[in-house]
Design a protein around this ligand. Structure first.
Ligand code: NDP
Length: 286
């Protein structure tokens, strides 16, 4: 009789398209490093099959799953409970399954915050954020819950910026304002943290959000959500002006760490994850 256990813990991701999502490589490398017998299955789930996929995960006793585009809002109707930030944000990208109950979380903003906390505590800080999409919304809510003093959200579509600002004002202790973005954005003098939460720079090392670079000030923290390439032109320009840069890899890695903590109650090695992503995307020294 063998005493070996041939049953792996199952986790994974539901999205479509999914072939370019590197999370599986990052998390499975960290599972192996920790000696955890778990798998992370990257599943292409079309919108019409989301309900069946969620039921399948419960039926197969998965520990949990990530969901990415286009399922972050649609998945909510299949869940039993929402964590506070996920409820405020109105989107879920990480579901934990415990005793058949599904609990939705949002790790986008939490991953960013964990990365930011390596360099600064956002409590009491003034923040200038470019972009008002899903990533910006999650980051703004977490910054608000973390006690930021003020968040300015600028976006080409000003209504989206104001929606996020109102969400922060109504659900957290922070003040916030939404502003239109036309021409070069100027960073106010008293800004502590500048964040690019637009998709500008994704897959293009020369693309840069339209800002007046001369309004960046030495000593500011400048963060980018773009994970690939990690060293964006925005970050390079900021570093040349004496700012501290923070790349989008840290946000992605910390989302993985937080997700596995929610599913398995174990903290994986962030260094192993970061190295795996760096090997895939190209090294970052941000
Ligand atoms: P969305 O499509 O929801 O939002 C995109 C945002 O970018 C909008 O505010 C849009 O403005 C703005 N934008 C796009 N092009 C331009 C432009 N040329 N000039 C100014 N603004 C522009 O995307 P997400 O919020 O989901 O994702 C944004 C980025 O964040 C993506 O590149 C994604 O890869 C990255 N991301 C990184 C994560 C990580 O872990 N590192 C996690 C999640 C996302 P408008 O509304 O006016 O169109």
């Amino acid at each position: 009789m063998s005493n070996q256990n041939f049953r792996s813990i199952l986790t994974g991701s539901f999205s479509t398209p999914c072939a370019d999502n590197p999370t599986v490589a990052m998390i499975e490398a960290a599972y192996r490093h920790a000696g955890i017998d778990a798998r992370y299955i990257n599943c292409d789930v079309k919108a019409a099959h989301l309900k069946a996929a969620v039921r399948g995960a419960v039926a197969m006793e998965w520990a949990g799953f990530n969901c990415s585009l286009p399922h972050k809002v649609a998945v909510i109707e299949y869940l039993d409970e929402l964590a506070e930030a996920a409820r405020i944000i109105g989107a879920v990208n990480c579901v934990a399954i415990r005793d058949g109950r599904l609990v939705g979380n949002n790790t986008d903003g939490k991953g960013f915050l964990a990365s930011l906390r390596d360099v600064v505590d956002p409590a009491g800080k003034k923040i200038f954020m470019l972009g008002a999409g899903g990533a910006a919304r999650a980051i703004a809510v977490e910054l608000g819950l973390a006690g930021a003093a003020h968040i300015t959200v600028v976006n080409r579509d000003a209504a989206k910026a104001e929606t996020i600002a109102a969400l922060v004002r109504d659900n957290t202790g922070s003040d916030a304002a939404g502003c239109p973005w036309s021409g070069k954005a100027c960073i106010p003098d008293d800004t502590d943290i500048v964040i690019n939460a637009t998709s500008v720079g994704l897959g293009d090392a020369q693309a840069m959000p339209e800002i007046d670079l001369d309004t960046l000030a030495k000593g500011q923290i400048v963060a980018d959500v773009i994970p690939n390439p990690p060293m964006t032109r925005f970050l390079r320009e900021a570093r040349e002006r004496g700012c501290t840069s923070l790349d989008g890899l840290g946000m992605l890695v910390n989302q993985g760490v937080i997700g596995v903590e929610l599913w398995l109650g174990k903290t994986l090695d962030a260094g192993v994850m970061k190295q795996t992503l760096s090997d895939i995307f190209g090294a970052s020294d941000a």
